[in-house]
Write a protein that binds this ligand. Structure first.
Ligand SMILES: Nc1ncnc2c1ncn2[C@@H]1O[C@H](COP(=O)(O)OP(=O)(O)OP(=O)(O)O)[C@@H](O)[C@H]1O
Length: 236
């Protein structure tokens, strides 16, 4: 059975400024997109899904477990990929960076090696296993960031604009990788084409979910929302 993420009346503010307003939503579909203007609250919402941010009021639940009380357990089940892979790469070599996610997992050295090898092969990084991670290309770094989360075998993958810094070819590579994943994917993106074939897309605006539906309808709604206001009529 697919995991069930639930936000219940979630409100959140930074420095007294409210950025999420009473958001309630259940997230159970296989592939869910989240779109919206800069600053509309997407990242804050996404970070709540694995307890990186805890709401000021309301609750965020994974299969009924509250992120306030079960953050560690929930983080093991909900992986998070950031838009800037450099912030996620912490070890000198590619293989070490992937392996670090398995620290404390209780797996033997041989099991860790086997899992790391498999994930590097699956994501086209096998030839780079002993290379310095910081010397990879932007696309390879993002793939490494993804591999480092996937090696932990999360049930849900939350990706916060993983293609924002990539060229179009690498956007497609990451897109295809995400599409092929068996686990639930919640993808925040400004690349609207990526959402074709998704099961559901949420549109956020000023801290609220203002549309929730099929990808094309959501993209149409978002485009309308982003239209510039009509210029005032000129008087002769
Ligand atoms: N750690 C923080 N401290 C203070 N303000 C923050 C923090 N994180 C986000 N904000 C503010 O909260 C608001 C919502 O930000 P958030 O990153 O959730 O939006 P977003 O929709 O993901 O934006 P973008 O598309 O630009 O990534 C913004 O006004 C942002 O400046």
């Amino acid at each position: 059975m697919r995991p069930m993420l639930r936000l219940e009346n979630v409100t959140h503010a930074y420095d007294g400024r409210r950025v999420l307003h009473d958001v309630s939503v259940d997230l159970a579909e296989h592939r869910i997109g989240v779109i919206g203007a800069n600053g509309s609250g997407k990242s804050t919402l996404a970070r709540m899904l694995n307890g990186l941010v805890v709401p000021d009021s309301g609750r965020v639940l994974l299969d009924g477990g509250d992120t306030r009380r079960h953050a560690r357990a929930i983080r093991r089940r909900v992986g998070f990929v950031f838009s800037d892979a450099d912030t996620q790469i912490i070890m000198p070599t590619v293989a070490e960076d992937v392996a670090i996610g398995l620290r404390g997992s209780g797996l033997s050295r041989a099991e860790v090696d086997q899992r790391v090898r498999a994930v590097l092969e699956r994501h086209g990084l096998a030839d780079h296993r002993d290379h310095p991670a910081h010397l990879l290309s932007g696309g390879q770094k993002q793939m490494l960031a993804l591999a480092s989360v996937l090696v932990t075998e999360p049930e849900v993958l939350v990706c916060d604009e993983p293609t924002t810094l990539l060229d179009l070819r690498n956007v497609h590579v990451i897109e295809q990788t995400l599409r092929a994943l068996p686990q639930q994917v919640i993808l925040l993106t400004h690349h609207l084409d990526t959402l074709a074939g998704f099961d559901r897309v949420l549109v956020m605006d000023e801290g609220r979910i203002v549309f929730d539906g099929a990808p094309q309808d959501a993209v149409d709604h978002y485009r309308k929302l982003m239209e510039p206001p009509a210029a005032p009529e000129r008087r002769p």
